[in-house]
Design a protein. Structure first.
Ligand SMILES: Cc1ncc(COP(=O)(O)O)c(C=O)c1O
Length: 395
């Protein structure tokens, strides 16, 4: 044995192209780049600047005091799942039972577990773009083929005709459609009639829907309609405590799925994370039952900030999509810049304001994403700095 030569081998050789080809988050990467510069106002991460409401924090402390420090059931405690159902009914008019809910480690794990339940090599995931980058990364890592539908010429809304064309071409392929309205990164939302029109198309094809509704509560024009209302047997809703309850660091979300499907998703969830954190579930249950006023106050503040940033940038001559939900604004960069990375780096270095290059959300982007989950004071100062930079450079 001792005389045998060691084999040439590195762990890198074992990693399949599906992992090597998937992209790490450009959002995190650019935020880290911007953090190297002093005094930069970072409108980068999609993270509420609000602290978690006090009642939720108190409930977590009580949970720990009661020694709720053990493994909860795979799909989450019954109390958390009941609280989710009550919330979905009260705030969104959606009918779910606790058996249809699985508590997850944020919407991130929910997406991974749901997509891992439905697709694998040879399957297709339709992603309307621009889009949150996880959809593509997860699809690629699962060996599925992402198919992008560019929505930039239709106000960032997926149109029924375009969807119909795409689905018709994929008729024989196992296909999952991802929807995300209100949308990250554009803030676009769909009206009830627009959701219904998409549902009518989907009903005519063999396709499953994952509806990422993490921004459903943060909607300024009309309440968000879930496609699950029209297609209850076809849709898995993904939601999170991160945005609506300002609980990003607690890592809790959930899926709401058709009867019988939640159990299948729970198997993938179980072998990924076993279960979600118990104290977070106890805390969020209180959030879903008792924090409507906190949620409404945060949404109202986001609304004011949206107006501040949107009208501020527009008055400086920038071309912005009007956001009707979430806390993002998508802005076209001036033609004089070769690409979005050049624009973003120049803005960090010269104006000391950071936003995210649109390439994080679509190929060959000409736009950038601002997150306005920041104080009005910071937004005013950012507008002031951008204006000064713009006049200095003359673009
Ligand atoms: C559209 C969308 N989906 C899912 C997530 C993941 O959220 P979390 O894992 O914090 O629940 C995010 C976070 O930014 C998001 O923007």
């Amino acid at each position: 044995m001792g005389t045998e030569e060691a084999r040439e081998f590195t762990l890198m050789d074992m990693i399949p192209d599906s992992i090597k080809n998937s992209q790490a988050s450009l959002i995190r990467e650019f935020d880290a780049y911007a953090s190297q510069f002093e005094g930069v106002i970072r409108l980068t991460l999609g993270e509420p600047d609000f602290n978690t409401p006090q009642k939720i924090k108190d409930a977590a402390v009580a949970s720990l005091s009661e020694n709720h420090t053990h493994y909860p059931p795979t799909s989450g405690t019954l109390d958390f799942r009941k609280a989710v159902c009550e919330f979905l009914k009260r705030r969104r008019g959606l009918d779910f039972e606790p058996g249809q809910i699985v508590a997850t480690v944020g919407a991130s794990e929910a997406l991974r577990s749901v997509m891992g339940t439905f697709v694998g090599p040879g399957d297709v995931v339709i992603i309307p773009t621009p889009a949150f980058g996880f959809y593509e990364s997860i699809a690629v890592q699962l060996g599925a083929q992402p198919v992008f539908i560019d929505t930039s010429r239709t106000d960032f809304k997926l149109k029924p005709e375009t969807l119909n064309r795409t689905l018709t071409a994929l008729e024989d392929v196992n296909t999952l459609l991802i929807l995300n309205y209100p949308n990250n990164p554009t803030g676009a939302s769909l009206t009830r009639a627009e959701v219904k029109a998409l549902a009518d198309v989907i009903a005519r094809h063999k396709v499953g829907v994952v509806s990422d509704e993490v921004y459903a509560l943060i909607s300024y024009d009309e309440p968000t309609t879930s496609i699950a209302e029209f297609l209850p047997d076809r849709t898995v809703v993904v939601d999170s405590c991160s945005k609506s309850l300002a609980m990003t660091g607690w890592r809790l979300g959930y899926i709401a799925a058709p009867k019988g499907i939640a159990e299948q998703i729970a198997k993938v969830h179980q072998s990924t994370v076993a279960t979600a954190p118990r104290p977070a579930m106890d805390a969020a249950a209180v959030g879903y039952r008792e924090c409507d006023a906190d949620i409404d106050a945060m949404v109202s503040e986001y609304h004011d900030r949206r107006n501040l940033l949107y009208y501020g940038l527009k008055s400086q001559g920038f071309d912005c999509a009007s956001p009707s939900g979430a806390f993002y604004l998508y802005m076209r960069i001036p033609d004089s810049f070769p690409d979005t990375m050049t624009f973003c780096k120049a803005m960090v270095e010269k104006a000391k304001v950071a936003c995210i290059p649109g390439d994080a959300f679509e190929k060959n982007s000409r736009s950038v994403r601002f997150s306005y989950a920041a104080s009005q004071e910071d937004l005013r100062e950012a507008l002031h700095r951008i204006s000064a930079w713009k006049s200095q450079e003359g673009f």
